[in-house]
Design a protein around this ligand. Structure first.
Ligand code: 8YV
Length: 329
C-alpha cells in the first residue's frame, strides 16, 4: 500500500487546465477535480468550488472576491494560486477567514523578463510593422529610408518595480548597453545597484520624463492602480516607448491609447490589459503598439515549474508545515 493512500487525500479543485504531467501528479496525490474543458469558471462555479474544496488552485482568470470567499466552507484552508500575481484575490477577506494563500514566484521571472526585453527590442525597431508589411505583399524592396526605427544601444531604461522580474530585465538591458534606472518603494541593496549600475529615483515623475524606455514591473495593488495616469504618461518624452508585462490596470489604458495616437508617446509594447481578454479598440487601431495576449510566462518550462510549486505548496501545507511560497497578508 502506498504512503499516500493511508491518509485521507485532500479535495483539490483546479480551475484551469495545467500541463499534463502536473495534472497527473495531482491526480496521484490528491482527490483532484480538473477542468478538462479549460473554460474559465463562472462566479457560481467558483462559489460551488470553495464550498467543497480543501484546497483551491485558481489562476489569474478567477476573481476570488470577498463574495466568493464569504461563501467558502470551513474546510477550505488553502488557496494555492497558479501564478505569481495575486491581485485577483481579495487578500483582506482571505485573512479574515484565516485561509492561507500561496503563489508561484521565481520560476516565471526569466521568461517574463525575456518577453519584456523582446517587446523593448521590437517596438523601437518596428519589427511587427515590418512583419505585417512583408506578409501583406506590400514590400517593394529595400530603400535607405524604409521603416527607420530608433537605436536601442546607449539608451536609458526606467524600470518601475525592481523586484525579481525588474532586476532580470535590468540584467538583459545591461547586455544591450542600455543604462538602467528604476523607481521602487525602497532602493534595492547596494551590491545589486552596483552590479546593474542602476540609478534609483525615489520620485517616479522625475524618472518618467528622462527615460527612453519605461518598463512596468510592479505588482497591481490599490496603490499602483493607474499609477501611470494621464498626467504621468504625459511626462514621457515623445520618442519614448512604454512596456508593460505586469498588469494592465497599472496604466490608464484610455489615456495611453490617446497619447500614442497623438504621438505624444512614440510606442508601446503591451502583454497585459485592463479588461482582459477584451482589448481597448483604440489600441487595436494603432501601428505604434505591439499587443501580445498575456504570454509573459507562457513557456513549457515555466508552466511546469509553476505547477511543481503549487504541488509543493499543497503538500507542505498538508504535512502541517509552512508552505514555501506563502503570501503574507
Ligand atoms: C501567469 C502572471 O501566467 O503569474 C502571474 O502573475 O501574470 C502570468 O504570467 C498567470 O498569472 C497565471 O495565473
Amino acid at each position: 500500500m502506498s504512503g499516500t493512500s493511508k491518509v485521507k487525500r485532500p479535495v483539490v479543485i483546479v480551475t484551469r487546465r495545467l500541463p499534463d504531467n502536473v495534472e497527473t501528479r495531482m491526480a496521484e496525490l490528491f482527490n483532484v477535480t480538473l477542468n478538462l474543458t479549460d473554460k474559465p469558471y463562472t462566479k457560481k462555479q467558483l462559489i460551488e468550488a470553495v464550498k467543497v474544496a480543501d484546497v483551491l488552485v485558481p489562476t489569474v482568470t478567477d476573481q476570488i472576491d470577498a463574495d466568493v470567499i464569504a461563501q467558502a466552507g470551513d474546510q477550505l484552508k488553502l488557496i494555492a494560486n497558479f501564478g505569481a500575481g495575486v491581485d485577483h484575490i481579495d487578500l483582506k477577506a482571505l485573512s479574515e477567514k484565516k485561509i492561507i494563500l500561496t503563489n508561484t514566484p521565481g520560476v516565471l521571472t526569466e521568461d517574463t523578463a525575456s518577453l519584456a526585453m523582446a517587446l523593448l527590442l521590437s517596438v523601437p525597431r518596428r519589427m511587427f510593422e515590418g512583419e505585417k508589411i512583408l506578409r501583406s505583399g506590400e514590400w517593394t524592396g529595400w530603400t535607405p529610408t524604409f521603416l527607420m526605427g530608433h537605436r536601442i544601444q546607449g539608451k536609458r531604461l526606467g524600470i518601475i518595480g525592481m523586484g525579481r522580474i525588474g532586476q532580470a530585465i535590468a540584467r538583459r538591458a545591461r547586455a544591450f548597453d542600455i543604462s538602467v534606472h528604476y523607481h521602487n518603494r525602497t532602493p534595492v541593496p547596494h551590491h545589486i545597484e552596483e552590479d546593474l549600475e542602476a540609478t534609483y529615483w525615489k520620485n517616479l515623475d522625475e524618472m518618467m520624463g528622462r527615460m527612453d524606455f519605461v518598463s512596468v514591473n510592479c505588482p497591481l495593488t490599490k496603490e499602483t492602480q493607474h499609477l501611470l495616469d494621464r498626467k504621468r504618461l504625459k511626462r514621457m518624452q515623445p520618442h519614448a516607448v512604454l512596456i508593460n508585462t505586469a498588469r494592465g490596470e497599472i496604466i490608464d489604458e484610455n489615456a495611453l491609447a490617446e497619447l500614442l495616437e497623438m504621438n505624444h508617446i512614440a510606442g508601446a509594447g503591451l502583454d497585459v490589459f485592463e479588461e482582459e481578454p477584451s482589448i481597448n479598440p483604440k489600441l487595436l487601431e494603432l501601428n505604434n503598439v505591439v499587443l501580445l495576449p498575456h504570454m509573459g510566462s507562457a513557456t513549457i518550462e515555466a508552466r511546469v515549474e509553476m505547477g511543481e510549486k503549487v504541488l509543493i505548496n499543497i503538500r507542505t501545507f498538508m504535512d502541517n508545515h509552512r508552505p514555501p511560497d506563502r503570501v503574507l497578508i
